[in-house]
Design a protein around this ligand. Sequence first.
Ligand code: CU
Length: 287
Amino acid sequence: MLELFHYLGFPEVASEHGQRLDQMLSYVHWLMLILFVGWGTYFIYVLFRFRASKNPVPDRLGVKSKASSYAEAGVVLAEVALIVGFAMPLWAERVNEFPETKDTVIVRVVAEQFAWNVHYPGPDGIFGRTNIEDIDLQNNPLGLDKTDPNAMDDITTVNQLFLPVDRPVLIYLSSKDVIHSFGIPEMRVKQDAIPGMEIPLWFVPTITSNDMKEIVDEKYADLRASRNIRGKDKGIKKFQTYEIACAQLCGMGHYSMRGFVNVLTQEEFDEWLAKELPTLSDDYDIW
Ligand SMILES: [Cu+2]
């Protein structure tokens, strides 16, 4: 079933919980397929079996067999098993069991029309204060208060989220204006960003952007070759890096509200951090 999903364009999975979520999705689709075929066959049988030409007089007693009750009970049991056994534990883990370990990467993401502002707390692990009055769309979209000592080592980026692989990521998501939705298809993550609320979400990326590029290139090489008519890759997009897609229609520029998630190895991530940090302390006004 999962192979079929992928053939139909389902994105690759690149997070820890994503694997289990896909597995559950596959079970749901198996159940739906069985129901579709089962009920469809039964419907056609009934149309034939009780056709008017052979049954001119209605039978007022109806069906006496218990078979359909058993079938329905079976369906209910299967659905309860899916909800209680798979869906609820998975969801509970997403909303109750936030990572609290030391190696958790904590980031704030603030959506606005039409960009994703990313805020890292820096080495001190404390987010600098932000004020509405300090917001300057060009130079300080987050309104970071530059007089706050905790803000000295903070890193901010626009539309670029850098994450190390295999470490839990905890994102505090909010919005400056309207409702947006933070979606990374490969991470199986999607969460509305709501003004006035700070909503936590978490996941563990398991494949770096570079590795994913290789996986996707390899996987789609044949498909691309077969569809490559007159030099155009028909409908097959090349993977560059993971993307944050805004999944709520949030205004005229919604289509352009695209961010990038760079999943790096720990060394690459440290390099990136080291590169960002001195710039901030040397020239504090670059924001
Ligand atoms: Cu949006």
